[in-house]
Design a protein around this ligand. Structure first.
Ligand SMILES: [Zn+2]
Length: 303
C-alpha cells in the first residue's frame, strides 16, 4: 500500500527515517512551515528556512525515493512578534509561488491572541489571492474554542471549507469540523492526546469522508511511521483497504491537488534514486560513503 504523510517536519528527521518511511510505503510527504522549538530573532532565519523547505530538504527526500512538498506560512507562535511578522508577511508571496508549495500553512492559533488573529486573517486573504489551499494548525490549549474561532474567521472571509485542511483534531472538534465541510486531519501523537487507537474509533464512528491521517513528526517525541502504523492498526480492526487508502492517501491528494503542485504522476513514475546527485554542490553522502544508484526497472531484477 502507498501512503502520503501530509504533515511531517522532515528537517528535524534523519536519513534513517527517510529510509524507514520509504520501506513502509510512504511515497510523498508535505512539510508545513512551522516554528523550530525556539523563536527566530531575524527575518533572515525565516528566509533561509523557507529556502531549505523548497530546496535542500526537497532534494534530500528525493535521494531516498520520497517526493517532498511543503506549505509556507507564518506560524501562530511567532505571529506574536509583530515587527518580525510584518517582515515575514512581505516575503511570503515569493515563496508561495515556488515549485512544490501546495498550500499556505500551517497557520492558526496558539495562545489565541489578537496578533495571532491579525496574521491569521492576513494569511487567509493571501491564500485567496494566490489561489492556494490552506493548512490550519489548531491550538493545543483551549482546542475547541480555538478551532471554532478559526472556522468562524474563515467563513467570515467567505473562504470555501473544501479549500481548508484543519489539523490536530480530536473527539471534541471533529464532528463540527466535518459538519461544516472542512477536511478533518488527525495527527497521531505517541503517548499523548491522539494515539492511533482513538483514531480507529473515530473512523468507525464518523467514516472516512474528508478524514486525513498524518504524523506531524518533528524534533519532539513523535513517530515518522505514524501513517503506515495506523494503516496496519486499521487493517487489524477490520477496516477495509479501500477505506484505509482514503484516509492515508486519497483524501490528502484531493485536498492539496488544487494547488496544481501535488500530482500523483510525480511519484508513480519516479526518477530512479541516484545519490551521486548534487544540490548546489552538496550531496547526502559523507566522505567515502558509496552512493545508492538505482537503475530504471531495477525493481524487476532479482539478483
Ligand atoms: Zn506541524
Amino acid at each position: 500500500m502507498a501512503f502520503i504523510d501530509p504533515h511531517i517536519h522532515m528537517v528535524s528527521r534523519t536519513t534513517a527515517d527517510y529510509e524507514a518511511m520509504a520501506a513502509a510505503g510512504v511515497v510523498a510527504v508535505i512539510e508545513p512551515a512551522f516554528w523550530q522549538g525556539q523563536p527566530r530573532t531575524t527575518a533572515g532565519s525565516f528566509q533561509d528556512y523557507f529556502a531549505t523547505l523548497v530546496g535542500f530538504e526537497r532534494f534530500r527526500a528525493s535521494q531516498f525515493g520520497i517526493r517532498h512538498y511543503c506549505t509556507i506560512g507564518l506560524n501562530s507562535k511567532e505571529a506574536n512578534n509583530e515587527r518580525l511578522a510584518d517582515e515575514v508577511m512581505e516575503m511570503l508571496p515569493l515563496y508561495l509561488t515556488k515549485e512544490g508549495v501546495v498550500a499556505i500553512g500551517e497557520i492558526g492559533f496558539d495562545d489565541q491572541t489578537a496578533l495571532e488573529e491579525k496574521y491569521l486573517r492576513l494569511q487567509l486573504e493571501l491564500a485567496v489571492e494566490v489561489d492556494l489551499p490552506i493548512l490550519i494548525h489548531t491550538p493545543h490549549r483551549n482546542k475547541k474554542r480555538g478551532t471554532y474561532r478559526t472556522m468562524d474567521i474563515i467563513e467570515d472571509l467567505g473562504i470555501a471549507p473544501h479549500r481548508v485542511v484543519i489539523d490536530h483534531n480530536n473527539e471534541e472538534t471533529c464532528k463540527e469540523v466535518l459538519d461544516r465541510g472542512y477536511w478533518c486531519a488527525f495527527t497521531i501523537y505517541p503517548r499523548t492526546k491522539m494515539g492511533n487507537e482513538r483514531v480507529v474509533e473515530i473512523i468507525r464512528q464518523y467514516g472516512t469522508e474528508r478524514v486525513i491521517i498524518d504524523s506531524s513528526a518533528d524534533w519532539g517525541v513523535s513517530d515518522a511511521l505514524a501513517v503506515p502504523k495506523t494503516a496496519r492498526l486499521m487493517e487489524q480492526a477490520g477496516i477495509t483497504n479501500d477505506q484505509i487508502e482514503i484516509v492515508t492517501y486519497q483524501n490528502a491528494l484531493a485536498a492539496y491537488s488544487p494547488s496544481g503542485q501535488f500530482r500523483e504522476e510525480d511519484w508513480l513514475n519516479p526518477t530512479p534514486i541516484d545519490q551521486r546527485t548534487l544540490f548546489q554542490g552538496n550531496s547526502v553522502l559523507r566522505g567515502g560513503q558509496s552512493p545508492r544508484v538505482d537503475e530504471a526497472g531495477e525493481e524487476l531484477i532479482i539478483r
